[in-house]
Write a protein that binds this ligand. Sequence first.
Ligand code: NDP
Length: 490
Amino acid sequence: MTTLTFDSLNPATGVVVGSHPKQGSDTVHEAVGRAEEAARWWAGLGHAERKRRLLDYKAVIVRHLRELAELVHQETGKPVADATLELVLAITHLDWAARNAQKVLGRRRVSGGMIGANLAASLEYLPLGVVGVIGPWNYPVFTPMGSIAYALAAGNAVVFKPSELTPGVGVRLAQLFAESVPEQPVFQTVTGFGETGAFLASDPRVRKIAFTGSTATAKRVMAACAENLTPLVAECGGKDAFIVDADADLEAAADACLWGAMANAGQTCTGVERVYVVDAVYEPFMELLSRRASSIKAGEHYGPITMPGQLDIIKRHIDDATKSGRAITGGPDSVRAPFVDPVIVADVPEDSPAVREETFGPTITVRRTRDAQEALDLANASSYGLAGTIFTRNTRRAMELARAMRTGMTAINSVISFAGVPSLPFGGTGDSGFGRIHGADGLREFTRPKAISRQRFAVPGMNLTSFARGADELERLIRLVTFLHGRRKR
Ligand code: NDP
């Protein structure tokens, strides 16, 4: 029998980085079968031992930091320094998940309430079993690790399908895990194209799918999950807005805006794509932004566009934006495949593709607004709702705007800073998906709450859940509920 393979390429050079099997349904289902047994064993280890193993895995990753960063660099084209930063962030999350799982998920007593005063009630969050993780290529360590680390810490086994563009790093992450957990295949990687991911999503023994990628693919994965009522965490794209208010530190805002938009060649789900600047500071901000942008070059400050097909979308958005708007930095000539230099276009109509659709490239549209409220209204007028940024020196106003922003995350006077805080949940709303990775919510996402009520003693004359219940017992209950809940509070 011949096993079909596919190559992962360095997108900057076209050189083959590695060759990997295109795994079919049998192989995927076998992996899930092994994972089921591994999940039972891993869950049986308990929180303390899992924490020890996961912290050991963290140390293994740290010892292979340079090797992994080089592999991420090869497969995505991003600079080694950026790949290193990504790995460090992933390590921070792995550490947090390992250290906090017991506290967040472990068994605790909860009050039985007045009517249940004779009950001992307890709550704990138990593992689901096998979790399938379908990952993207833009942050091939940080993003899937946001699901993998939290799912493992919660006591699940993981079968990971990395993007076909970054299979090597996915394979290596699972290989390294086996150094800390050699007994059972608790974390496995399967490689292949989209259909390999589809086999994983449609296996009824997978108890949850954590997907990161496009909204369109999320819908397909959700349809596959629906067959078995498999729950899904969907981390999809975004069209994140960056708001500059009149009292903002403009130097800091321009610096953050540029990095948030152009770093990783704009291939960041929470990257800056739309910029709204209040009228009072529009001119000085644009001056600072365009001056800074003129010194940033693709291939030097950030890498190539990782997915070749994405270049067409970026080009279409730039062509459209520069026809209807005013090019401030770059333009259609900025696309020199596989690289794209920074592009900033002002006054692009809000209903154009460059403002409405995810570009996933180093491009931004900028619009002048009357005030921060108008900026917020425009920011919220998007089908996406992943994250956003607000620059203002007024903390109270910043908090008001942040809370009113219809996204899962908002950064104030910084960009994407929430992603580096492990205790904060990460995820969006609307077309950006649902469910959360990271933080306590991210741990609970990969569990089922287990509620247990134990009767400690019978309450005489209050046997309510019995066919032997008498009218006097019901009368006593009515008197009790009237006493507890019958008074109107003013
Ligand atoms: P996709 O959503 O197509 O792919 C994401 C992951 O899903 C990959 O591992 C992919 O495998 C897998 N996949 C594809 N089809 C299926 C399927 N039917 N069932 C199960 N799994 C499947 O994203 P792309 O990589 O094609 O990127 C397209 C766009 O998505 C980008 O232009 C960008 O806008 C957005 N995106 C957003 C990301 C984010 O961070 N939110 C990350 C990546 C992309 P394979 O790669 O092998 O096809």
